[in-house]
Design a protein around this ligand. Structure first.
Ligand code: BGC
Length: 817
């Protein structure tokens, strides 16, 4: 039954309307049972649907991370992925998915680089539109985020992104604009950041003028979690929903503010209306009630994830060593932690509890039964001392100091606990202490490290001695969305078999209270020279070596940026020494952002596999063995060194000074920056090799004289002249040759991914509207394509040009916003 929303609003008290404007808890809205208004549930987002339990909840399908999805350059496939994610959200009882993340890659150090699509607004928005359409085709609302300028994590809850208007319009807003106009996205999440000094959730111009008035957005705006800092301004700006709940800024405070005349009741009503409209749009009134979470492991989604992993894998370099064709009886030396510990996703709110994770070693063994695969870890990759997958007993007390009775006992299976919302019905969620016990036995002799990270006070005793102290002097640091402390470590030498009885104490009694609580205990043997030497020896005696190098979800993580682009620990030395011992060495990189590759000249083949989700090993094995094409192309320029990147060397530009990060580079980010500054990247934007060869036909323009308001059709034939099927990604860039203001030499305005059998010919087709030629004219508040000459360049990356053509626009085209 379709409710009459105006009549519902008429029947509601002010308190009831205000009640709708904040969540009930972390993931649901407030119902009004008296009037039949149901609650609806939201879930993260973007590489899966996690459901209501932040850690170790019901399992779910884990898809590739945002940058890996973008690497597919395949909107049709991403639309299919969006639809699969909509289905996954429903399995978790949710009707709103908190995705996609479409902030742009401004700095390579952004901790959430992995979650965002691209440095380029066109690529990011094409895929964003497809993603949203797919999700919403299932009746689930997509929530495009984080609106806008949330492009790094340093001081993320308060940093102001000061973005010149032209850059804002041409770059950062575009994925949101297109999702509103072309995909009808139902919800928008504001960023934590301020934009030009005003919190995004309070930003009238952004939320009312740009989003609603100019673009015609009719959906709901929600704050990021704990990202609303006002009672009045946010409502006036049109930030409809404070998340999470229960209300901090709204509730009784907002009722009082209305009564005090600080804002009109109509402003509350407008927000409440949009909450009700969203409930209606996602079918909440028709099917009230939040279904229980299910952990269905769907074969179709397994297959899709495996395909996505290969379609997003970027073959950066190949001197002919790939694909591998190991023969029966041959030996392949696999090296690196990621060969056996699948690096499926990044960290933070995008984390899901995957149904399973396939490791590359297991996948390769399954596909090559006659081949011997050896494995050596070689070098560490972690940021924090690894957690133990070992039973840990916990006793909880409803006091801050272990006094009183034990109110709850738990046995958990790893040494990281994240308490968001509740611990157990018997435990007072925001004032408890806990004692954990576990046993650690040194599997090998050597130097060991133990560590604690906690949102809450913590300390660990080893065999009765206080060994790790994150209790005295605790302060908030970079972990757990910035509510946890920085890691505290302790080292000691252990003999093989030596037993450590560990007791960990935890208390929520921090000087400054934290909205979430977490405890993470790490313990491991430090990898050293002997481990590298063993890996090198294995490589020397193998037919082929494959080194898995990279980062993990602790580096590519929400809440903190990286401090550099060097591969951590001894990984560079490991790769260099392995390839020196065996020139037939492949490097498989798994990162969510670029890293420096100082050994690149020596290594014959490098595959960037990103974080490809639960089918990690299968997708990587498919590409290494050539059963799948490496279909990915870089959605981000790969720099040679950090010094070459946007924001380097000026703290105002990155990470920011006195609460402001100033985007002085304007529109020149990503490849626009490298081209403007004449800096050669290590790999250009759009780069990626195939296992087959293509020949490209002539560039055909339907016309070289364009009228204002017209459209340009461009075509190019692509012929697969190689011996096997493959994928070509043809990219079209536009350049304005005589602009009246600085413009990038080339800007991506179209792309086509073609899958062609051996010998097959296909046609790449591009349709360019006026906006493809326009810049944003700040003085006129209009999109303007100036009369005169333009270049169209078609290539296989921004630097690998196949053909160019010129055309002329007969007169100025001006479109006011
Ligand atoms: C993130 C959002 C996420 C939300 C809910 C925040 O920390 O920035 O992207 O949707 O948490 O988990």
């Amino acid at each position: 039954m379709t409710p009459n929303i105006e009549s519902l609003l008429d029947q509601m008290t002010l308190e009831e309307q205000v009640g709708l404007l904040a969540g009930a808890d972390f993931w649901t809205t407030v119902p009004v049972p008296r009037l039949g208004v149901p609650a609806i549930k939201v879930t993260d987002g973007p590489n899966g649907a996690r459901g209501g339990v932040f850690k170790d909840g019901p399992t779910t399908a884990c898809f590739p991370v945002g940058i890996a999805l973008a690497s597919t350059w395949n909107p049709a496939l991403i639309e299919q992925t969006g639809a699969a994610l909509g289905t996954e959200a429903k399995l978790k009882g949710a009707s709103v998915l908190l995705a996609p993340t479409v902030n742009l890659h401004r700095t390579v150090l952004n901790g959430r680089n992995f979650e965002c699509h691209s440095e380029d607004p066109w690529l990011s928005s094409e895929l964003g539109v497809a993603y949203v359409r797919g999700v919403q085709s299932t009746g689930v609302a997509a929530t495009i985020k984080h609106f806008v300028g949330n492009d790094s994590e340093y001081q993320r809850m308060s940093m102001s992104s000061d973005i010149p208007e032209r850059a804002l319009r041409e770059l950062y807003l575009l994925p949101f604009e297109r999702a509103v106009k072309e995909a009808g996205v139902m919800a928008v999440m504001t960023g934590y950041n301020r934009l030009d000094g005003i919190f995004a959730a309070d930003h009238q111009r952004l939320l009312q003028q740009v989003l609603r008035d100019e673009w015609g957005f009719t959906g709901l705006v929600m704050s990021d979690w704990m990202g609303l800092h006002s009672t009045v301004e946010g409502v006036l700006a049109g930030c409809d929903l404070e998340m999470p709940g229960p209300a901090v800024e709204r509730g009784a405070k907002l009722v009082q503010a209305v009564k005090d005349g600080l804002l009109p009741a109509d402003a509350v009503r407008a927000c409440a209306r949009r909450v009700l409209q969203l409930i209606e749009r996602v079918g909440g009134f028709a099917n009230p009630g939040i279904p229980a979470e299910r952990a269905d492991d769907l074969p179709a989604h397994r297959a899709l994830i495996r395909r996505l992993g290969a379609e997003g894998a970027v073959l950066l370099k190949n001197d002919g060593l790939l694909p591998l064709a190991p023969k029966a009886g041959q030996t392949v030396a696999l090296i690196g932690i990621a060969a056996v510990t699948p690096q499926a996703m990044g960290g933070g709110s995008a984390t899901v509890n995957a149904h399973y994770r396939i490791a590359p070693l297991a996948a390769l063994q399954a596909q090559c039964p006659g081949t011997t695969f050896t494995h050596h870890a070689g070098a560490d990759i972690h940021r924090y001392v690894p957690v133990l997958n070992t039973p840990m007993q916990l006793e909880f007390f409803n006091s801050l100091d272990f006094s009183g009775p034990v109110v709850c006992r738990q046995t958990v299976h790893n040494t990281e606990q994240l308490w968001i919302d509740t611990v157990d019905a018997a435990v007072t969620a925001d004032a408890f202490s806990a004692r954990a016990t576990l046993r650690f036995v040194a599997a090998e002799a050597g130097e060991h490290q133990f560590s604690l990270v906690s949102a809450g006070l913590s300390r660990a005793y080893i065999n009765g001695d206080l060994a790790v102290d994150a209790w005295s002097g605790w302060s908030r640091g970079d972990t757990y969305f910035t509510f946890g402390c920085n890691e505290v470590r302790h080292s000691r030498s252990l003999a093989q078999g030596q037993v450590c009885e560990v007791v960990i104490e935890f208390s929520t009694g921090t000087p400054e209270s934290t909205p979430i609580h977490a405890l993470r205990f790490g313990a491991y043997r430090v990898l050293g020279e002997a481990d590298i030497a063993a890996a090198v020896e294995a490589a020397r005696h193998a037919d082929v070596a494959v080194v898995f190098a990279g980062l993990n979800a602790e580096w590519d993580n929400e809440g903190l940026d990286r401090s550099g682009i060097t591969l951590p620990h001894s990984q560079n030395a490991l790769v260099a020494r392995v390839v020196a011992a065996n020139p037939r060495t492949v490097v498989v990189l798994q990162t969510g952002s670029p890293v420096a590759l100082p050994w690149l000249a020596e290594v014959p083949a490098v595959l960037q596999a990103w974080y490809p989700g639960q089918e990690c090993g299968n997708a990587i094995a498919d590409v290494l063995l050539g059963t799948a094409e490496p279909g990915g192309r870089l959605p981000q320029t790969w720099p040679l060194q950090l010094q070459d990147t946007v924001g380097f060397g000026n703290a105002r530009h990155y990470p920011g000074v006195d609460g402001h990060v100033v985007y002085d580079e304007g529109i020149f980010i990503g490849y626009r920056h490298y081209q403007q500054k004449n800096i050669a990247p290590l790999f250009p934007f759009g780069h990626g090799l195939s296992y087959t060869q293509f020949q490209y036909g002539a560039l055909r323009l339907a016309s070289t004289a364009l009228q204002p308001g017209g459209e340009l059709l461009v075509e190019m034939e692509v012929h697969n002249v190689g011996p096997r099927a493959g994928q070509a990604v043809v990219q079209l860039y536009v350049g304005d040759t005589r602009a009246s203001l600085p413009r990038p030499a080339q800007e991506l305005k179209g792309f086509a991914k073609l899958t062609l059998a051996a010998g097959e010919t296909g046609t790449a087709r591009f349709r360019l509207g006026m906006r493809a030629f326009a810049f944003f004219d700040v003085a006129r508040a209009a999109w303007v394509a100036e009369a005169g000459g333009y270049h169209v360049h078609v290539g296989t990356s921004v630097d690998a040009r196949l053909a160019s053509a010129e055309l002329t626009l007969a007169a100025d085209w001006v479109q006011p916003v």
